[in-house]
Design a protein. Sequence first.
Length: 355
Amino acid sequence: MSSSFITNLSTESEPSSSSASVASLPSNSSASTPSRTKAQLWNSVKLLTFTRTLTTIYSISLLTLFTLTQLTILARMKYIHAIRHMSSEEEQDAALQSEMTMPNMLLMAFKSRLGIPQQPLLQTFFPSAHNLLFTPGDDDAMSESPSSDMATFENMSADYLTLSYYLLHIGWKDLSIRVQPAVEDALVGVSLKTRLTRSDVHRLLKDIMHRVALEGSFDASMLPNTEEMVRNVLVLGGRDDHDPYSSAQSTSFDGILSETRALFATPQFSEVLDACVESAVDNLMDSLEGDGRVFAPGDDADPPRVRLASILPPLASWSRNSLLALPSELVDGILAKNETRTFSAWVWARFELEV
């Protein structure tokens, strides 16, 4: 994961500083600092911590689904290319066996002298015999070699995968701006001294998620909007600005970019994203419950309650661990969901776009 994304998101509300400060809120105001200013400070810490937590959840969920979509599309393209190549080789072998009879070779030479175009099979497999029978101008239309096709595919794949640079360096900031108003609206009236149960915290997070979802799709945070922005992202991601596209490479890249945009606008993507975000929230809630944690195991009829101030440090710690942990328990959980696997299979099965 990009170091810029981790560094910027981590410093948005540093857990080490907030943990020590928020856990021991002062009961009395000092003479040098007005109580209103302190209240505003702690309220800012509260909002920043929740904003950072939800931004982490959405960023990791979107990045995981984006990468899964990219790899699935590229794997499908490579598979279809291999099938076509095998089919072409079989057709060439059959045609070669048919053409390598003496009557057909004489007929091919006669047709060549009359100016009738020929297939380049004889030149491909027996160039010496071809030069004796045909004139140099008979084979101008030669198809590209498989190695050239593969090089084009590899270059296009590298550019396509580089598009994740946008989400890692730009899109996550848009997500944070989108999440912040939802956090402010959901937490209005919830003070740091409010005592909450585990269910209360989960309900607050679900409320924030609902408000974020009302803003529409997330494609603007995942992909650059214009061709100029796409070029800039590729250059910033490491592509040589002086290395022009071939026509085939440009066509393939534009095609899968358009397909990706269309996929992100489908109901299927919205459903799998909701499932991934809910999985991340469940992972967060599990990290808060247990012996020695914020919510100790207790009777469901009388669940334990803790001040909101005591929840902020664990939230900040969870966000940082989710960004830095390798392997990532959060990502593994998202990829293991049935909804994620179903979405990947659905993308893979869209063969009609390439055949």
